[in-house]
Write a protein that binds this ligand. Structure first.
Ligand code: NAD
Length: 325
């Protein structure tokens, strides 16, 4: 079996997540690990059982010639890495959020389009078996209202607590549920979002503690999503989506289960497969075959989820509804 040469730029937590799947495959050759903190790169190289550690990603791309690149840097570090990968026609999987402004995201999108390279964005939830089940349960049903939440505390990474480096909780974290709204129900027409501050007091923290976004889809469905990082107690494992159909409620508990309740009968489906393994296998297979069709979140599509979350920030800032293309 031919091996795919893989390299990483950014070797923190999410790189570990992807690596923990790749090491299960026997067709990966690790050719490079680059991080601005060399110990992080060395740690991931050790986890992979080898692979040269670089302190310069341009040198890594030229010397190691990866066939697939994982871009796992914080949200404000995008642009040059993608441009260098595109210049060399290296397929890449990039983590969400892929940029903090649409100008950069669209420049990358257009360059990807011109070269036709394979891309994937880390919307892992699209690969969940219970999301496939949710789609199945939605078939033939009429949906009106959807509500959902991503509530918790403030994550540890220093870059997370500031709009300048993370984009805020909606863009960095709840983007998964905003993306899921698009994946399950279609494109948004407009969004209004209100946010509040004052509970979380930490040095360097400038985010909204919580917000509520009302997304009206082009097909008329209205989705209301709560986002919050002010909880100081154990995070309730009840984040997810509640989908109000004419004849049933469908409740998706984030990365755990989906339940159908018609009022007469209930059916509970628990997650069985590891979506991360599916996500990474799908990306590597796409690189091997040159066929992107199984990738559930190519860069171009992911731009629309990023735009939706950045529109929420704009709405919080201006107090006005934002109309989406
Ligand atoms: N898909 C998901 O479910 C998921 C989950 C967690 C994080 N993420 C995303 O992954 C990205 C990284 O998050 P993380 O949790 O791994 O953060 P992290 O802080 O653990 O890791 C980021 C790493 O990138 C390195 N780095 C920073 N700037 C760099 C640069 N210019 N070049 C090379 N390396 C650089 C840092 O030193 C660090 O080791 C974020 O965008 C985050 O939103 C996605």
């Amino acid at each position: 079996m031919s091996k795919t040469k893989v390299a990483f730029v950014g070797c923190g937590n999410i790189a570990k997540f992807h690596l923990s799947h790749l090491v299960l495959f026997d067709d990966i050759e690790y050719v490079g690990f680059m991080d601005i903190i060399p110990e992080k790169a060395a740690e991931k190289s050790a986890m992979a059982g080898g692979g040269k550690v670089y302190d310069d990603y341009v040198k890594m791309l030229d010397e190691a010639k990866p066939e697939a690149l994982y871009i796992c840097v914080p949200p404000d570090q995008h642009g040059f890495i993608e441009f260098e990968a595109i210049k060399r026609k290296i397929p890449f999987l990039v983590e969400k959020p892929m940029a903090l402004d649409m100008k950069l995201a669209h420049t990358i999108r257009d360059k990807v389009r011109q070269t036709g390279i394979i891309t994937a964005v880390g919307f892992q939830d699209r690969y969940l078996d219970i999301i496939a089940k949710t789609k199945e349960l939605l078939e033939g049903r009429t949906v009106g209202l959807v509500d959902g939440s991503w509530l918790g505390g403030v994550p540890g990474a220093k870059w997370w607590s500031s709009y300048a480096t993370s984009g805020g909780q909606i863009v960095e974290q709840n983007i998964h549920l905003f993306d899921m709204i698009r994946y399950l129900f279609g494109e948004p027409a407009k969004v209004y979002c209100a946010g509040a501050k004052g509970i979380v007091q930490r040095e360097g923290y400038d985010l909204h503690d919580y917000s509520s976004a009302v997304v009206t889809l082009k097909n008329g469905i209205i989705a209301t999503l709560f986002t919050g990082c002010y909880l100081g107690r154990n995070v309730p494992r009840k984040n997810g989506l509640r989908i109000r159909c004419v004849d049933a409620d469908i409740t998706y508990i984030l990365r755990q289960s989906v339940e159908l309740d018609t009022g007469i009968e209930q059916a509970l489906y628990k997650k069985e497969a590891d979506q991360g393994v599916t996500e990474d296998r799908t990306f590597i297979d796409a690189v091997k075959t040159g066929n992107q069709s199984a990738i559930r979140s190519p860069y171009e599509d992911a731009c629309k989820s990023l735009a939706l979350t950045l529109a929420c920030n704009e709405s919080i800032r201006t107090g006005k509804e934002v109309i989406l293309d």
